[in-house]
Design a protein around this ligand. Structure first.
Ligand SMILES: Cc1ncc(COP(=O)(O)O)c(C=O)c1O
Length: 363
């Protein structure tokens, strides 16, 4: 069809993890465990659920387009001004707004090849030249990214921690990189897994930097367990935020999402429980994967990425585990054909996953 632009025709559609209901139907199994989409296995905070229920009857009203209350709450929590905070329909929603706000037709983008698929899709759809820098040791090659900066570079996107590898860039790496990036270039630091990574000594929490050309993106989808509501937030210089707010779809995020986010921020107990679970269960996985002689990458997020001998082995293990009722993520569509990502679930779910792997591999 001639009206569809070439870059959109050539775009590979995003393949989400298989929904639980679909797997149940296909395999006729009662119990399915989904360890595929880096969600919070504990669910949303009970305070967020209460707030949602209490406010559902106001759903006939449009949301507050300025997002005042949630932005104010975030400003207080992170010690910045209201004018430094943006909220959106997930951090991906904010990424889309960033692209629409700041990119001119000749501008170019730099990012890593095979990093977060959501940004990959946005970059491909943007009709801008994108420099995809291969990863080094399963992490961002910041030196190569800095070397690639030219007079047209406008946006550099970095997911820290990265999804799907779970690796992170260190303070030292970031500092060296930042010194080579001109101030006219906007750096998007996507910290979707910040809550899990912040305990690492050398993790560069971008809120300490507050550079004028860095925008920090965070989300309620992971540690806060609100992925289905689509709510994320970002921090940046007030001039960047003012202009993002002009372009952002005015009524995103929804009122329920804003209210749930607000309540989730008040529930530090749920957040602590989530982070503790993920850290404990990561240790469980490392130990069990070592015993099974399965290669994996140390993770700074809420998933562990395993490495297999071939695309064939990874595909077949994923399928066999699925037949036992556990949905994992074969990373072939993400550009890592011999990798499988396992999202951290409840201990019982993780044990089932390890048992399934043990049986399949006969180890
Ligand atoms: C690195 C990264 N950024 C952003 C997102 C999306 O977050 P949101 O649900 O807030 O759009 C994800 C989700 O998987 C992610 O892995």
């Amino acid at each position: 069809m001639p009206l569809v632009p070439k870059n959109i025709k050539e775009l590979t559609p995003y393949k989400p993890g298989k929904p639980i209901k679909e797997v149940q139907r296909e395999l006729g199994l009662d119990k399915i465990y989904k360890l595929a989409s880096n969600e919070n296995p504990l669910g949303p905070s009970p305070l967020a659920i209460q707030a949602i229920e209490k406010n559902l009857s106001s759903s006939h009203r449009y949301p507050d387009a300025s997002g005042f209350e949630l932005r104010m709450k975030l400003a207080e929590k992170f010690n910045v001004k209201l004018d430094n905070v943006v909220i959106g329909a997930g951090s991906e929603g904010i990424m889309g707004t960033i692209m629409r706000t700041f990119l001119l037709s000749e501008d170019e983008i730099i990012t890593a090849a095979n990093s977060f698929i959501g940004f990959t899709v946005l970059a491909r759809a943007s009709r801008r030249k994108v420099h995809w820098i291969p990863m080094k040791n399963h992490g961002y090659d910041l030196e190569a990214m800095a070397d690639c900066v030219n007079e047209y570079t406008k946006i550099i996107y970095i997911a820290n921690p990265d999804n799907p590898m779970g690796t992170y860039i260190t303070m030292k790496e970031f500092d060296e990189f930042y010194a080579h990036v001109p101030e006219r270039v906007l750096i998007i630091l996507d910290e979707a897994y910040f809550e899990f990574a912040q305990y690492l000594d050398d993790y560069p929490d971008s809120m300490y930097y507050r550079y004028d050309n860095v925008i920090t993106l965070r989300t309620f989808s992971k540690a806060y367990g609100l992925a289905g509501l689509r709510i994320g937030y970002g921090f940046a210089h007030d001039q960047l935020i003012t202009n993002l707010m002009k372009v952002k779809p005015p009524f995103e995020p929804s009122s329920i999402a804003q209210i749930a986010g607000y309540a989730a921020l008040e529930d530090s107990e749920h957040l602590d429980k989530t982070v503790k679970l993920v850290h404990e269960e990561l240790k469980y996985f490392y130990q069990a994967l070592n015993q099974l002689s399965i290669h994996y990458l140390h993770s700074s997020a809420n998933f562990v990425t395993t490495i297999w001998e071939s695309i064939h082995q990874a595909g077949s293990v994923c399928q066999k585990v699925l037949e036992k009722g556990i949905i994992l993520r074969h990373l072939e569509p993400f550009g890592w054909p011999n990798c499988i990502r396992i999202s951290i679930g409840l201990h019982k779910e993780n044990e089932q996953c390890i048992d399934a792997l043990r049986t399949i591999l006969r180890r």
